[in-house]
Structure formats: structure tokens, C-alpha cells
Design a binder for this molecule. Structure first.
Ligand code: KIV
Length: 273
């Protein structure tokens, strides 16, 4: 899946399937499962790095995790998030996006914001760096948005989101994430913008969906209404590790099957001081 194929899929075929991933094993699993795109999101902060929000995540964190993901996949579009304040100016954006593409190996970057960051999108796209936009609930602006709540419920807020989405599409974004919006608003944006809309908590009318991997696999403590636990990997892992601990303590593990033999008589001839 290339950026161009992703963009041109709008209006044809089934919804696009996107998920976050931050390491090689899960990236491989996502590719084998047939997802269309992996986002190395700044959600890595909450999902993997033990932070309570996205603010502490740095460009170096995203580069590190993006490189692990891109080493593991062959056919899946990999998009890397530009983290908090890493695209405050066009120069910052160009430098940091180039690092995510060049060192991380991503095919595109994602930035948050509508009208306010459309100029950044234009600069990046003009320099050949594909941009996925992100409007609605944008976690890097959680303080001004009043926390993690549904956006665009009233007319003026909804109109601002529509204007932002259109500005990003006009600036050259190849797709746009719609986070935590009323489903009808997301549907209207999807109908009117020319690029694929990727929803998270934005209902069924989007051109695709994205979720945080760890929320889908029961590996996070988040309890978002818009997510769903498809497998309880945390409890499966806990049961496996309890069994391992029990077998080590009882002497059942390792058994002969997991042990190695040396040459006959070697140990007998060793000397110990
Ligand atoms: O960082 C992230 O994972 C995201 C998605 C939730 C869209 O921005």
C-alpha cells in the first residue's frame, strides 16, 4: 500500500483498516492480518512508555519505534506521528519530518490541527513529504480542548472542524484522521472532502478506521467507549507467565528437552579452585 494507493482508494472498496504499532513483532502481526496502514502514533507514550499522556513523547522516541516497525513490514503503509511541538514552525516541521522519513523509514507523517497547521502541511507536501492530517480531538491540544471529550457537538465548533478538514485537504494532505466526532458530522466531512477520512470514535461513515493496538488487545488501562477489546492479551500473557513462574519454582522447567549436552567426560575433568 502506497500513499497514492491509500489516497486513491476513496470511494472504492471496503473501508481502510489502520492500527497503531510501535515495535517489530506487532507490526509483523498487523501486516499478516492485512491492515492497510500502521501509524506509529504519539500514543506510544501511553501505550508503551508508561506516560499518562502524549506530551512527553519526543521525535527520538518516534524515530526509534518507527524504525522498528519499518524493519518488520514490506507491504504496509507506515505513517509516523510528529509529536508535541515538533512542527511548531515550518523549519521544525521540515527537519523533524525528514528525520522520520529518512532515519525512521516512514512513508508519511501525521500532524494534528486544521486551519492552524494547514500551512505546515503545504510546506511538507511541497517538499515531497506526504502528510496525514488529524482534526477533532487532537491529544496534543488536550489542554485547550478541555480534555478528552467529543468535539464538534455545536454549530460553531463543528464548522471550525469542517473548515480545518477542508483546509488540510486543500493544503495537500493525503488523508485525514477524524477523532471523537459525532458520527453525522464525520459523515458530512467524509462526503465533502476529496481525501480518505479515517475515524477513531467518529462513527461508521468514515472511509476507514484507526484504533490504538493496545486498546484492541486488552493491553491498556484506557476505557474508551469508541474502542473494543478483540482479545485479552494481557490476561493470556499473565496466565502464561504465572505458569512459567510455577514451573521454574517446581523444577519442571527447564526439562531435558530444553537442556544441552557437552562432550562426554568434559565436566569430570574440570578443576575448580
Ligand atoms: O497517536 C495516535 O495513536 C493517534 C491515533 C489515535 C489516531 O493519533
Amino acid at each position: 500500500m502506497t500513499v497514492a494507493e491509500f489516497r486513491e482508494s476513496k470511494g472504492c472498496g471496503p473501508p481502510l483498516v489502520c492500527v497503531t504499532a510501535y515495535d517489530a513483532p506487532f507490526a509483523q502481526v498487523a501486516e499478516c492480518a492485512g491492515v492497510d496502514a500502521i501509524l506509529v502514533g504519539d500514543s506510544v507514550g501511553r501505550a508503551v512508555l508508561g506516560y499518562t499522556n502524549e506530551f512527553p513523547v519526543t521525535v527520538s522516541d518516534i524515530v526509534h519505534h518507527t524504525a522498528a516497525v519499518t524493519r518488520a513490514v514490506n507491504n504496509t503503509l507506515v505513517v509516523a506521528d510528529l509529536p508535541y511541538q515538533s512542527y511548531a514552525t515550518p523549519d521544525d516541521a521540515l527537519r523533524n519530518a525528514a528525520t522520520l522519513l529518512q532515519t525512521g523509514g516512514a512513508a508519511a507523517v501525521k500532524i494534528e490541527g486544521g486551519l492552524a497547521t494547514a500551512n505546515i502541511t503545504k510546506e511538507l507536501v511541497n517538499r515531497g513529504m506526504p502528510v496525514m492530517a488529524h482534526v477533532g480531538l487532537t491529544p496534543q491540544s488536550a489542554h485547550v480542548l478541555g480534555g478528552y471529550r467529543v468535539q464538534g457537538k455545536g454549530l460553531s465548533e463543528a464548522q471550525e472542524i469542517v473548515n480545518g478538514a477542508q483546509a488540510q485537504a486543500n493544503a495537500g494532505a493525503f488523508a485525514i484522521v477524524l477523532e471523537m466526532l459525532p458520527a453525522k458530522l464525520a459523515g458530512a466531512i467524509t462526503k465533502h472532502v476529496t481525501i480518505p477520512t479515517i475515524g477513531i470514535g467518529a462513527g461508521v461513515h468514515c472511509d476507514g478506521q484507526i484504533q490504538v493496538l493496545h486498546d484492541l488487545l486488552g493491553l491498556s488501562s484506557s476505557d474508551f467507549r469508541h474502542s473494543h477489546v478483540f482479545a485479552e492479551i494481557a490476561s493470556i500473557s499473565e496466565a502464561a507467565l504465572s505458569e512459567y513462574a510455577q514451573q521454574v519454582r517446581s523444577g519442571d522447567f527447564p526439562s531435558l528437552e530444553q537442556s544441552f549436552k557437552g562432550r562426554r567426560g568434559t565436566v569430570k575433568r574440570l578443576t575448580f579452585e
